[in-house]
Write a protein of this length. Structure first.
Length: 276
């Protein structure tokens, strides 16, 4: 083990770029972050994540192709079917989730279609790539790129003077205010699009809920400076932690394991391999 006071922790451990999800994972569950980004384990997604991606596929079809609700739901069901190909409880889950996805897609399109058609992402991509440099310390080499993707961007027509960014979330709980993780995500979107266009966009998150009553919630970002500060602070902490040792195993074992964190869901095999 070697402590590297003057080194760049990211470079030492082969981390060439970061993402908002990467940073949020480090902040919320360092042990799962280390298992993913230091030990290079691939965590399995579960039904909630699969369903969210499937709903987004259906909504995208409705926004960009003008498909009917039935067409959009079929796209979502096919997407979920493919993602869950080897799930053990597949038939039960598919039957349970199809009506939920139908409601979510219907509600999302009712909210999004009046905004007009979003900008079309580059060919071959479903989303817009963003890439902004983040300085974690002074001097040469003190910058790392943050790579991410946003869902929907509106910059033409009635949005030409006031660009709009919308991110779609699927959830079982209605948020009344920004969580730190989503606030950071929204603030980074705002900064990235502002750097691209030269004007500050409005950033909104649309939360589509599994329940039938009050099935959606909008949140609008209006305090990006606070969330960007938290984002940068976490990156500084991440790089400082990586400089503690050039030995990956030493760093992993230095972090407390939290088996109750949702980040460890569906990852019992990884936890057993690392922690016994």
């Amino acid at each position: 083990m070697k402590v590297m006071a003057d080194a760049n922790g990211f470079i030492t451990h082969g981390i060439k770029r970061i993402s908002v999800s990467n940073v949020n994972k480090f902040r919320e569950c360092p042990s799962a972050w280390a298992a993913s980004y230091l030990a290079k384990h691939r965590f399995k997604a579960g039904w909630a994540a699969w369903q969210g991606n499937a709903v987004e596929s259906g909504v995208e079809h409705g926004l960009f192709n003008g498909g009917s609700i039935d067409d959009c739901v079929k796209i979502a069901v096919d997407d979920l079917n493919e993602r869950s190909l080897f799930a053990s409880n597949k038939l039960e889950q598919m039957e349970k989730r199809k009506p939920i996805m139908s409601r979510m897609i219907t509600n999302a399109l009712e909210q999004l279609l009046p905004l007009g058609e979003p900008d079309t992402p580059p060919e071959g991509s479903r989303q817009w790539e963003i890439n902004i440099p983040v300085r974690f310390r002074k001097g040469e080499g003190g910058v790392i790129n943050n790579l991410g993707y946003l869902d929907f961007k509106y910059t033409t027509g009635k949005h030409a003077e006031n660009p709009l960014v919308v991110d779609l979330k699927t959830t079982s709980k209605s948020p009344s205010t920004w969580s730190l993780s989503h606030g950071i995500q929204a603030a980074v979107y705002e900064r990235a699009v502002q750097q691209e266009l030269g004007q500050k966009p409005t950033v909104k998150f649309l939360y589509c809920l599994t329940r039938q009553r009050d099935p959606f919630t909008w949140l609008e970002m209006n305090d990006s400076a606070f969330y960007l500060k938290q984002f940068k602070k976490t990156i500084v902490q991440m790089e400082a932690f990586l400089r503690l040792s050039d030995d990956t195993e030493t760093l992993i074992q230095a972090l407390p394991y939290d088996p109750g964190s949702f980040y460890w869901n569906n990852a019992e095999d990884i936890a057993k391999e690392i922690y016994g």
